[in-house]
Design a protein around this ligand. Structure first.
Ligand SMILES: [Zn+2]
Length: 88
């Protein structure tokens, strides 16, 4: 498994766990890096308020591990195809 580049403020994907967003790749920002465990972070996750059915459009996920396999409840680098294209 390659080591992802990790820093506070990085935007990543969190794979949804609960019913409405299960398996969905949600935008999230790394707000803290947990030093004691490799690639484990605190995330603030952003959801579509209407789709998710919850009152708040962001929530804290206190301990999220990295998964290159993109398992629910984990984070990963945003796939190349979802990144903005470079200006020409
Ligand atoms: Zn993703």
């Amino acid at each position: 498994m390659s080591q992802p580049d990790l820093y506070v403020g990085k935007i990543v994907h969190f794979v949804g766990v609960s019913d409405q967003v299960r398996g969905r790749h949600l935008p999230a920002i790394v707000v803290r890096i947990l030093e004691d465990q490799v690639n484990r972070v605190v995330l603030t996750i952003f959801t579509d308020q209407i789709e998710s059915g919850v009152a708040s459009s962001s929530r804290r996920e206190p301990s999220v591990s990295y998964s290159a396999e993109m398992a629910p409840g984990t984070w990963h680098d945003i796939e190349e195809c979802h990144r903005p294209r470079e200006k020409t």
